[in-house]
Design a protein. Structure first.
Length: 115
């Protein structure tokens, strides 16, 4: 009887874990800089990102660098076409609730970083 009960309990717990996979802990966007690759499929990306229309609502202000060597501080991103060269990957989402953090793309390098 104890064996059957433990098997049933184990299957119940296994079903719960398989049905609801754990999500990675919330990331600190202030630590993200460097080469980034944009994934088309959200589940392949390290982070899901929501793009804000207003700078003050964003978690991170991003400036697009022209070379990877200059993307060495918070908010300075170099977009690469090769996933192997990327430090991290992102996918854009239209739903803010699904995003790990939000960004605003600025034309000015001096405002890049966290607020």
């Amino acid at each position: 009887m104890k064996i059957i009960l433990s098997v049933v309990l184990g299957l119940c717990l296994l079903g719960t874990a398989a049905g609801n996979p754990p999500r990675a802990p919330k990331v600190d966007p202030c630590n993200l800089y460097g080469a980034v690759f944009v994934e088309e499929v959200e589940s392949f990306a390290d982070y899901q990102v929501f793009v804000e229309d207003v700078e003050s609502f964003a978690d991170l202000v991003v400036f697009k660098e022209q070379t990877a060597s200059f993307a060495d501080e918070s908010g300075l991103w170099f977009f690469t076409d090769n996933r192997a060269f990327a430090k991290f990957t992102v996918a854009y989402t239209n739903v803010q609730g699904f995003a790990d953090f939000s960004v605003y793309f600025s034309q000015f390098k001096s405002v890049a970083g966290c607020r």
